[in-house]
Write a protein that binds this ligand. Structure first.
Ligand code: PLP
Length: 396
């Protein structure tokens, strides 16, 4: 019998595979993007309260009203996006489902979707599951900006949408006003949608403000802004995300969402509304915490011999491993898990074709200080090994 073609074009998530391997070898997992610290106490209490208060049946498919109201208020205040909770917002099971539902609603088989690479690994399968053709444009190290001509050439008559993820996973790049202006002008010229994944919007260390492309002239009607609560409130397991879009697009997204999942967990949506009512000081605390973790962990990596520019946003660092003489990222990470006791994600899982990532490895630093210190100390052993002998990272 065999599998349908649509699941044969991509393999199982490398990130989750590395997580399993890390567990097997008891390595510190700096691969998968989830914190090892807990959500704010008041947010957890709100979830327990919502269950006790009886919010245990389906919510309205496109989101519990208090959460949609909180999202609309936040979008106005923080992003400068004017939206109506009744007609412009769809709550989904994480930003992950938001992107899938959006693509199903807006993209036809055979359409082209422009994706910057290295890319967040879901975007490729998202495009393929919709029957779309991904068209890749490179973000180039060390500052991870893109070449304007390469982007211009990527747009064409079949372009239906471009995915813009800022702050960016895996590169940490925060898109500048000039970069977003160019993307916006090309979207308008080619009548394409911008699918803006802004899940790391509050984790920005750069002096560039977080800018939602939906707010640029001519873009509100052609942008779906996607974000969620996973990263902002350290609740990746709750599966709460949302799409903000013009009413007509929202109608389509809601239809796709309804038949994909019916809805996100009702009590957690109620608690999500409570989370979004936290004072502004919470967001400063969140950002300061991540800045501290970055400043703690990145010097270890540099000292160990990994090469990279400082990170502008999100909680990942994409490093170059050529200095170790390494040419196969997957073997390198496997070795690091077994011999050094730290897991990361091989760069090739962020590229198509994957070769371009063969000298890159991504680390994430959403971890407690003690976890980062322990991982850092272990990573320094790579430097010591290199000093002790010629590059022998593969030789056990
Ligand atoms: N978008 C990006 C860029 C991500 O890095 C992640 C998680 O790592 C997600 C979306 C998934 O978000 P959610 O947990 O809301 O599905």
């Amino acid at each position: 019998m065999g599998l349908a073609q649509r699941v044969q074009y991509f393999s199982e998530s490398v990130i989750r595979e590395m997580t399993r391997l890390a567990a097997k070898y008891d390595a510190i997992n700096l691969g998968q993007g989830m914190p090892d610290f807990d959500a704010p106490a008041e947010v957890k209490e709100a979830a327990c309260r919502a269950i006790h208060d009886g919010y245990n049946q389906y919510a309205i498919t496109w989101g519990a009203p208090p959460l949609r109201r909180a999202i609309a208020e936040k979008a106005r205040r923080f992003n400068g996006i004017d939206c109506d909770p009744d007609t412009n917002i769809t709550v989904c099971c994480g930003a992950t489902e938001c992107m899938m539902a959006t693509m199903m609603a807006l993209v036809d088989p055979g359409d082209e979707v422009i994706i910057f690479q290295p890319f967040y690994e879901n975007y490729g399968p998202d495009a393929l599951l919709t029957g779309a053709k991904p068209v890749w444009v490179h973000l180039n190290p060390p500052d991870w900006s893109f070449d304007a001509d390469e982007l211009r050439k990527a747009f064409g008559p079949k372009t239906r949408a471009i995915i813009v993820n800022t702050p960016n996973n895996p590169t940490g790049h925060v898109f500048s006003r000039a970069e977003l202006d160019l993307i916006a002008s090309l979207c308008i010229e080619h009548d394409a949608y911008a699918l803006a994944d802004e899940i790391y919007e509050y984790i920005n260390y750069s002096d560039k403000p977080h800018l939602s492309i939906a707010t640029l002239p001519g873009m509100q009607d052609r942008t779906v802004t996607i974000s969620g609560l996973s990263k902002t409130f350290s609740i990746t397991g709750w599966r709460l995300g949302y799409c903000i879009a013009p009413a007509e697009l929202t109608n389509g997204i809601r239809k796709a969402h309804d038949f994909l999942t019916v809805g996100a967990p009702h009590p957690l949506q109620m608690a999500g509304a409570a989370a979004m009512a936290l004072p502004d000081s919470y967001y400063q605390y969140l950002k300061d915490g991540y800045r501290q973790r970055k400043d703690l962990f990145l010097p270890y990596l540099r000292e160990a011999g990994f090469q990279f520019n400082d990170v502008e946003g999100a909680y990942y660092v994409m490093t170059d491993i050529s200095r170790f003489g390494a040419t196969n990222d997957t073997e390198f990470v496997n070795w690091m898990i077994r011999e050094i006791g730290v897991s990361a994600v091989p760069g090739s899982s962020f590229y198509r074709p994957s070769e371009r990532g063969h000298t890159q490895v991504r680390f994430m630093f959403a971890k407690k200080d003690e976890t980062l210190k322990a991982a850092g100390e272990r990573l320094l052993r790579i430097r010591d090994r290199l000093k002790a002998s010629a590059p022998t990272w593969l030789a056990k």
